[in-house]
Design a protein around this ligand. Structure first.
Ligand SMILES: NC(=O)c1ccc[n+]([C@@H]2O[C@H](COP(=O)([O-])OP(=O)(O)OC[C@H]3O[C@@H](n4cnc5c(N)ncnc54)[C@H](OP(=O)(O)O)[C@@H]3O)[C@@H](O)[C@H]2O)c1
Length: 276
């Protein structure tokens, strides 16, 4: 299979490279291909003539998206339109990586693939617009929603917890934001299995289970030998930030599980990541 990968320098892109193994991979970095440039995107994908484009590139800093929503739409919505148009022109399948933040968080139980999105922040709105372009411009697509990625890459929540714990010796973390922590290499393996099924559609790929940011941080500190570091539980209104995250945005993997594609529990994945 010939695979064109956007966002190769990112957390998921780096996990996808080894997961894709011996597939033929074309993976320009942002400096080689800015997806905001429609003709460059069309040319790069036409030149590679891939069977599938895995589109992991995005503006992922939710606070920056809130502060600069136009930029979020340029990259996450119109950039995805450019990628989808290139797939349309070449006949490539598109696997678009989306997010738990397309949901408003009011359901109170894990979101199914078939629940109605209703984003409450600029990041979620721009990513949902990317879903619309994917679904309206193409017949053969996967929309793959995931959440709370962690890996050895430096910018994610887990790495921030470790850094701040070491710098400050104590933490304050919110209890009223709940979702599904997901180990990027587990997600990458599930994506590679999914794109070999030809069962197109919307999927939720996350490690099983859900927890609050507080519980996740506590487990990270305990497993990483920092069990003595205290964490003060706080609510979101004690931690003002530009973006408003959904309160409860856990995802349920229903559709991929029907194909036999399940991810292990987040605690098992976290333990393996931190202890090995
Ligand atoms: N991280 C999470 O917790 C999370 C949760 C749910 C969904 N997702 C989704 O999962 C996907 C992968 O996320 P991630 O954590 O791997 O993100 P990431 O680590 O922030 O990486 C984003 C990637 O996108 C590239 N990029 C940004 N703007 C670009 C542009 N204009 N043109 C081309 N490339 C551009 C970046 O390149 P540079 O490095 O050169 O800037 C980087 O390679 C995204 O679609 C994201 O929305 C992530």
């Amino acid at each position: 299979m010939r695979v064109f990968l956007t966002g190769v320098s990112g957390q998921l892109g780096q996990a996808l490279l080894p997961a894709l193994g011996t597939e033929t991979i074309f993976a320009p970095n942002e400096h080689a291909l800015d997806i905001r440039d429609r003709s460059a995107t069309a040319q790069a994908i036409a030149d590679a003539a891939p069977d599938i484009v895995i589109h992991a590139a995005a503006m992922t800093n939710v606070d920056e998206c809130a502060l600069n929503p136009d930029m979020a739409y340029r990259i996450n919505a119109l950039g995805t339109r450019n990628v989808a148009l290139a797939c349309q022109a070449t006949g490539a399948v598109l696997a678009y990586i989306s997010t738990n933040e397309v949901f408003d968080g009011f359901k109170g139980e894990p979101y199914l693939e078939y629940d109605t999105p209703n984003p409450i922040n600029a990041y979620g709105r721009s990513k949902l617009a990317g879903e619309w372009f994917t679904q309206t411009l193409l017949q053969r697509f996967y929309v793959i929603r995931t959440a709370w990625l962690f890996s050895s890459r430096s910018a994610n929540f887990l790495q921030q917890i470790l850094r701040k714990a070491d710098e400050r010796g104590r933490l304050r973390v919110v209890t009223d934001e709940v979702s599904s922590p997901t180990y990027a290499p587990d997600l990458a393996q599930a994506i590679v299995r999914l794109i070999r099924t030809d069962c197109y559609g919307i999927y939720h790929l996350v490690n099983e289970g859900a927890c609050s940011r507080f519980t996740f941080a506590r487990r990270v500190l305990d497993l990483s030998g920092r069990g003595q570091i205290p964490i003060e539980p706080i609510s979101r209104n004690q931690y003002p930030r530009p973006s408003t995250p959904p309160t409860y945005s856990a995802l349920r993997n229903f559709a991929a599980a029907e194909l036999g594609i399940r991810l292990r529990g987040w605690e098992e994945a976290l333990a393996e990541f931190l202890l090995t």
